[in-house]
Write a protein that binds this ligand. Sequence first.
Ligand SMILES: O=P(O)(O)O[C@H]1O[C@H](CO)[C@@H](O)[C@H]1O
Ligand SMILES: Nc1nc2[nH]cnc2c(=O)[nH]1
Length: 313
Amino acid sequence: MGNDDISPNYVPTIAAIHAGLPKDLQNPQLGIICGSGLSGLVEDLRDTVIIPYGTIPGFSNSTVPGHKSALAFGRLGSGNGVPVVAMLGRFHPYEGHSMSSVVFPVRVMAQLGVKDLIITNAAGSLNPSIPVGTIVIIHDHIALPNLTGMNPLLGPQRSPNHLRFLPLSDAYSFELRRLAFLAANKLNLDDSALAEGTYAWVSGPTYETPAEGRFLRNAGADVVGMSTIPEVLAGREEGLNVMVMSLVTNFVVIPDQYRSIRAEVKAELAGQRVEAPEVEVVSHADVLTIGKEKAEVMKGLVGQIVELRQLNV
Ligand SMILES: O=P(O)(O)O[C@H]1O[C@H](CO)[C@@H](O)[C@H]1O
Ligand SMILES: Nc1nc2[nH]cnc2c(=O)[nH]1
């Protein structure tokens, strides 16, 4: 899972993208990554130009339902607005994409001129006080793959301009997080709409076992997902300001107690009929449903953040 492509050739990629765009959209300032079911985030773009991933050298296609495979260019915000590029769908390592393919679009965004990167995802909550539907502004992460020899930045130093040892204590832009809460206030969102928390990155594609959920919770994570952190790392390595918004689409199933089979069998031997327990399970269909329900709020927040950023608040 190391970084297998240290010096990608951006020239054909940038040429293909620029060929499809009017001049005034060729240098976007803001990048947005739309997570599972969240492509509706960019419905408010103006002068939109869609470029399918299939036509961009170096881009793969996303194979996950709820991830369209295209870049959307356009403008957001009042007046002339800010030129934006959005990924309608991302690549996950569990799909079989190499780490370098997963983060390639972020590096391309940096090449295009992006300065701020807003990353969104769908995630499971590990924290009982962060219910389904909450948008969590991420302030830290636990990346199990990074701690176990699978850091997406493994490999030779990319260039003299890329840090060999990237610090991550400031990975999540204070300024952008501040704007997220100001935006929520402007939009009159209830306090409970937005939370702050720590994202745990796991490889997937399996959802967590109860014991894994408990482990991550005990380690200090609030939400868990299978994406985002490679993009955060590449974004920071490229010098971007990064913010992450995780939409809680489900609770990670962590029962307080396990039902004891021994006790069940004893009851059965004593003549009491026992029923198989109903175990709650997570499904990607449910993840997408919540994504669709909340895309409007996420869209409002992103729009308002852009507005405030433009005003230099
Ligand atoms: O993180 P995003 O891409 O939003 O998607 C999340 O939802 C999928 C699982 O339902 C996983 O891919 C997980 O990471
Ligand atoms: N790993 C993981 N990813 C998710 N994406 C959305 N929900 C979940 C979840 O519960 N666990």
